[in-house]
Design a protein. Structure first.
Length: 460
């Protein structure tokens, strides 16, 4: 038991936080002076429990008002929980809001020392690191100017630079990395990865679901002040999207092979697709260990990897075409179906994800309950040698929005989608080094090979 505690960075047990809300300042004063029964109760956190291990990247996600920032402020010691227990094992550095802890009238230099002192770092220790801090912040001559003259990007660069150089054991970040250009964000995440390897713990609150999926090991999903899921970050993100739709999470096998009324789904024969491909060998991945997140309107029931002739295949050479076949049971009337797959590498990094929004294809519309969708998706495996897990999913969208999707912002299209079902860890494939044909053609540096050309002009 003691060894478990030694490996724990943060322990939260049954944490709740409640506030009194008042219609007028007078009622607030009367409550505090005379303990009048006035005002209404508001619960920001309701009986939330979780643990974070040392060296873990942990996400806290949820809709606006779910209690994310409140929890982070309690962990930072800024707020006190109404009830419950919090144990923090180590020094905490918090980056909770833009420029928090900065005096606008003081210079960047002065604020570095003040901010470091707040985090428990001596003046001499800060002096040893100040050049590193300024180099990372990259604010140039503005270091000697009052921070009230800083842009929002300069604020967060300086605050982040201080937080990561004070040798804290636990780093709390609340949406701060949403500010700044792409180069600074890359530098931040590179530094955060280094801190993870050093055994530091990082707790991140973010509305950027891609950031949570890619960076965090686990995540806590909050909704209406309660914890609704604690687990793998990718699963938590899928459940977050269902919360956004206010739909119900239903187990993967709740209606397997049947409609909601219990009747069998109609059987279908193997399809021949427009490209001439057809399934020759009905061998699919074992889905017993897969995890499906569904709102009950659809389910992914079969997934398999095949070669160009329709035969099952699990190992492919670099540059080879993989034919991913999957079937979806539609259990409620929907509009136009969107289907797609995601490939994730051994480090948990999503290296490919694509659906009908990015591919022009003839799609059915007004799909009725009881329909089975048979889907084929091809992927050219210009990927690093290794194993990849496969995720398959489906959503629905109205035809009108689908037709104009190329001229709309991604946020608008996403808001118009309803996510139906996602099957996580449905199966895996291996990508092997190319041995035949022209192996050199498939050599590249990095995770994947992107198409492109190189041109050289010689000038004498």
């Amino acid at each position: 038991m003691s060894s478990d505690l030694e490996e724990t960075a943060v322990l939260a047990k049954h944490v709740s936080k409640a506030y009194k809300l008042f219609d007028t300042p007078g009622k607030r004063l009367a409550y505090h002076l005379f303990h009048c029964r006035t005002g209404s109760d508001f619960t920001a956190l309701d009986d939330v429990s979780f643990t974070v291990k040392k060296g873990e990247a942990f996400g806290i996600i949820g809709r606006n008002g779910s209690g994310k920032s409140t929890m982070l402020q309690i962990l930072a010691g800024i707020l006190k929980a109404t009830s419950g227990e919090i144990k923090v094992n180590g020094r905490v550095a918090a980056l909770l809001e833009l420029g928090s802890g900065f005096d606008p009238e003081s210079t960047g230099y002065e604020n570095i020392y003040m901010n470091a002192a707040i985090l428990g770092v001596s003046k001499s220790q800060t002096a040893q690191k100040i050049e590193q801090i300024l180099k990372f912040a990259d604010i140039g001559d503005f270091a000697r100017q009052p921070v009230k003259l800083y842009s929002s990007g300069m604020y967060v660069r300086l605050a982040f630079a201080v937080a990561i150089h004070v040798d804290a054991d636990i780093l709390l970040i609340d949406e701060a990395l949403a500010v700044g250009d792409v180069f600074f964000r890359q530098k931040c995440y590179q530094r955060l990865e280094e801190l993870k390897k050093e055994g530091k713990t990082i707790i991140l609150v973010s509305h950027g679901m891609n950031e949570v999926e890619q960076f965090c090991d686990r995540a806590l999903l909050l909704d209406q002040s309660k914890a609704v899921m604690l687990g793998d970050s990718k699963e938590a993100v899928k459940r977050y999207y269902l919360l956004e739709q206010q739909t119900e999470d239903i187990p993967a096998d709740a209606f397997a092979g049947k409609q909601k009324d219990g009747t069998d789904l109609p059987k279908t024969n193997a399809a021949q697709f427009q490209n001439g491909w057809s399934l020759k060998e009905a061998v699919f991945f074992d889905l017993s260990n897969a995890k499906e997140i569904s709102n009950g309107k659809a389910a992914v029931v079969k997934v398999g990897a095949f070669d160009e002739h329709g035969y099952a295949k699990s190992s492919f050479e670099q540059g080879e075409m993989c034919y991913l076949y999957y079937e979806i049971e539609v259990r409620a009337d929907i509009g136009l179906p969107l289907t797609g797959i995601v490939l994730t590498n051994q480090k948990g990094i999503i290296v490919h994800g694509k659906d009908n929004l990015q591919i022009y294809a003839e799609l059915p519309d007004h799909v009725k309950a009881g329909t089975r969708l048979r889907c084929l998706q091809t992927v050219k495996l210009d990927l690093q040698v290794g194993e990849y897990t496969i995720e398959a999913g489906c959503a629905t969208i109205q035809r009108e929005l689908y037709e104009v999707r190329m001229y709309r912002q991604q946020e608008e299209v996403n808001a118009g989608m309803e996510r139906l079902a996602t099957l996580i860890r449905a199966g895996r494939i291996a990508v092997l080094e190319k041995k035949t044909g022209m192996p050199m053609k498939n050599m590249f540096h990095g995770i994947c090979g992107l198409e492109g050309d190189i041109f050289i002009c010689e000038e004498s």
